[in-house]
Design a protein. Structure first.
Length: 256
């Protein structure tokens, strides 16, 4: 898809697509209509940190078809870079927008999460959208590090057997992005999207920050409040890498 609206610019290396929610939904619609297979990533501060420390993640990000910004830090950086984004499109919100728009004319599949959490989320979605055509899932076993090729082959088979148009990868970064890159050449689905813990939010298993907090762009503070031990460690690493990336940019040191 060569439309100018989906062209990308970079923020400290990571590619960002210059589009709003309406245009991103149109991207999904065209992908389905044209029977293409396109990928969607939802970069945030963690993605920027991974891009500058994980070569495999950087390669996957460079090859993504649509990159919509989830993190408020990247939105702020876009303004400083001279390419102000039209809006912030969180991955969790965009998944719901896709289902809302296409529930009665497309089928869905989820790779990742936990079966019990997905069943709760699916029950809510089917209640909200009674005419939903279909949604299935496959929860791979846990692997330390990345998935072996054999598991990738299983995922490919599951996706193709499902016949889904849209596949959500709910595995967390960088696993979900690397798996998308692995399976993309071999699946018939039209959209492969990374979405992290979105279905835990949908089902209410994990509470999402109040809308006011979301609009303020300080969901990170809410997550620290609800899960301080894990989130402080996670955000500290991201902030450290971000500071190094900014420092290197000031000095003109390029990422290797």
């Amino acid at each position: 898809m060569k439309d100018e609206v989906y062209s990308k610019f970079r923020i400290f290396g990571i590619p960002i697509s210059y589009c709003d929610t309406k245009e991103a939904l149109l991207f999904v619609e065209k992908s389905i209509k044209n029977k293409e297979t396109n990928s969607i990533f939802t970069p945030c501060l963690e993605s920027l940190a991974l891009y500058n420390t994980n070569p495999a993640f950087a390669e996957a990000s460079d090859n993504v078809d649509l990159s919509i910004v989830d993190g408020i830090t990247l939105v702020q950086m876009s303004r400083l870079s001279g390419h102000p984004l039209k809006e912030r499109i969180t991955g969790a919100t965009f998944v719901v927008e896709i289902i809302k728009e296409f529930h009665d004319r497309a089928t869905f599949f989820v790779v990742g999460s936990k079966p019990e959490n997905l069943e709760i989320a699916f029950a809510k979605l089917k209640k909200d959208y009674p005419t939903m055509k279909g949604i299935g899932y496959y929860s791979p076993p846990f692997y330390p590090g990345f998935f072996p090729k054999e598991e990738g082959d299983v995922v490919i088979k599951k996706i193709n057997e499902s016949g889904a148009n849209v596949v959500f990868f709910a595995l967390g970064a960088p696993k979900q992005e690397l798996l998308i890159q692995m399976v993309k050449p071999h699946v018939k689905a039209n959209i492969l999207m990374s979405c992290g813990g979105t279905f835990e939010f949908i089902g209410g298993v994990v509470p999402r920050a109040p809308r006011k907090v979301q609009r303020m762009g300080i969901e990170w503070a809410y997550r620290i409040y609800t899960d301080p031990k894990r989130m402080i460690r996670r955000y500290s690493w991201q902030a450290k890498v971000f500071a190094i990336v900014v420092f290197k940019a000031i000095l003109g040191i390029k990422r290797k």
